[in-house]
Design a protein around this ligand. Structure first.
Ligand SMILES: [Zn+2]
Ligand SMILES: [Zn+2]
Length: 128
């Protein structure tokens, strides 16, 4: 039985306020647990923890990484600023850039396919 996949557009909405992410006040912020919420909701949290699984947010909100892949999908300008808290050396920075580009390319690559259900991606996935 194929699992009914959610429409990809659902991923472009903040799960808390159900507004589309955008590049200014509703930037998609990745939490350490893997959830992504918009910055506006993040700032409104009463306690610094993921609203879905209660994972504590130990990093300052300003230092949390923006989900740039998501931001690209909603047509936002991807900020070139890096999450400085995570990067300490030029080498790290380079690895970060490579990984980021990979994820962004993958997101854009998958976008046109995502309305097709049950497509095996193993043969088409690009090696990063
Ligand atoms: Zn929100
Ligand atoms: Zn979470």
């Amino acid at each position: 039985m194929p699992v009914q996949a959610p429409q990809w557009t659902e991923f472009l909405l903040c799960p808390i306020c159900t507004q589309t992410f955008e590049e200014t006040v509703r930037r998609p912020i990745s939490l350490g647990c893997g959830h992504t919420v918009c910055k506006m909701c993040l700032n409104k949290l009463h306690r610094k923890a993921c609203p879905f699984d209660q994972t504590a947010i130990s990093t300052d909100i300003e230092q949390l990484p923006v989900n740039t892949a998501l931001l690209q999908l909603v047509g936002g300008q991807v900020p070139k600023v890096q999450p400085v808290a995570l990067i300490t050396s030029p080498e790290d920075s380079q690895h970060y850039e490579e990984a980021r580009q990979c994820v962004e390319e993958l997101a854009l690559y998958l976008k046109p396919l995502s309305n097709t259900r049950g497509v095996g991606l193993s043969s088409t996935a690009r090696a990063c």
